[in-house]
Design a protein around this ligand. Structure first.
Ligand code: GH3
Ligand code: MG
Ligand code: MG
Ligand code: MG
Length: 313
């Protein structure tokens, strides 16, 4: 067989195999050895608004899988010299800790073929010739389930910003970019000031409301390419690509000023809230995330110590 054997240490860690969720068009990896079929399917799927990576062999499929990080895979069962089942096995192995819906398509619609596909982990089996409208609807449902799955995996429920787990993935991705471009970027830890007092005075629910407002504020005022993660209770990490520490400082000073002006009201009371932060510029590819965050945390601690409502590098 042509498929490469899958050794344990060749497996890409889960962290490297996640994509920015919520935004962007879904990516579908399509594998079929019949070029005419391939081009036709690709075109139809593109009309549906999906980004399609189409390949005709198992070997190309493996490369394409790593490079495109597909949300969904459409895989032909019978291919010249190779079996779609072997590729299915490989892909299932690679995605054992994730959810990447895999749909097998085949002219061979015997029950034993379908059973084999499902037993090996396929999420769907669609017989050829494809009823295009039904095929697209079914694929659309798989993509929607994938989107929901990733959303719940990577997004913080209360605030709607990314969670701590996703920071690890994005950091790995950014370090890859750094290796390629040698372009510094910044990590910032921000922490609401005296937040315990907000809870104690106005109640936990209103505290939650302030957290949600703070998150929306950050997302709204930052660039679309920036990332906001909820790191802990009232602590957030910002990852600012292509941004030096100095530039991050300018941005954060502006955010401090804007957020302090925001008025929250609770019954007849009104109050405002501030935050403090610590910045580190990431300028090498060997220091671990934990160490960068430790540095940012030390800067945050200094900002708190110096009277809060400030961000320090
Ligand atoms: P400092 O300025 O030093 O940061 O003071 P602080 O009161 O913000 O810091 P501390 O770490 O002592 O308290 C953090 C508070 O955040 C305590 C906790 O009750 C609250 N908190 C953490 N997670 C949540 C949450 O999900 N919802 C609400 N409402 N409060 C939370
Ligand atoms: Mg075929
Ligand atoms: Mg705090
Ligand atoms: Mg805190």
């Amino acid at each position: 067989t042509i498929i490469r054997l899958c050794y344990q240490d060749e497996i890409t860690p889960v962290e490297e195999h996640t994509h920015k969720v919520v935004e962007g068009e879904p990516v579908v990896l399509l594998i079929d050895d019949d070029t005419t079929m391939l081009m036709y399917l690709k075109e139809e799927m593109e009309k549906a608004g999906w980004y399609v990576v189409a390949v005709t062999s198992t070997e190309k499929a493996i490369t394409a899988f790593y490079e495109s990080k597909p949300h969904c895979i459409v895989l032909d069962v019978h291919m010249k010299e190779q079996s779609g089942f072997e590729l299915l096995l490989f892909l299932k192995n690679q995605t054992s800790k994730q959810f990447v819906p895999t749909i097998m398509i085949s002219v061979d619609n015997q029950k034993k073929t379908r059973l084999k596909a499902f037993e090996m982990g396929a999420d769907d089996f669609i017989a050829k010739p494809l009823e295009m409208d039904e095929f697209l609807v079914r694929l659309g449902r798989h993509l929607e389930r994938k989107r929901l799955f990733d959303y719940h995996l990577l997004v913080d429920e209360l605030t709607g910003v990314y969670n701590r787990k996703y920071l690890t993935s994005i950091f790995t991705q950014q370090q890859g970019e750094y290796k390629r471009l040698q372009e510094a970027y910044s990590l910032v830890i921000v922490d609401l000031d005296h937040f315990k007092k907000v809870n104690d005075t106005y109640g936990h629910l209103h505290g939650d409301y302030v957290l949600k407002e703070f998150s929306s504020f950050l997302k709204e005022k930052m660039r679309a390419s920036d990332y906001v993660f909820r790191y802990g209770g009232e602590e957030f990490v910002l990852l600012l690509p292509r941004t030096t520490g100095e530039e991050a400082q300018t941005l954060l000073d502006r955010l401090l000023h804007l957020f302090a002006k925001k008025v929250f009201s609770y019954e007849t009371h009104s109050f405002s809230c501030t935050f403090s932060g610590g910045i580190v510029e990431v300028d090498n590819d060997y220091t671990r995330l934990e160490e960068w965050l430790e540095q940012a945390d030390q800067a945050l601690y200094k900002a708190k110590d110096a009277g809060r409502n400030q961000v320090i590098m």
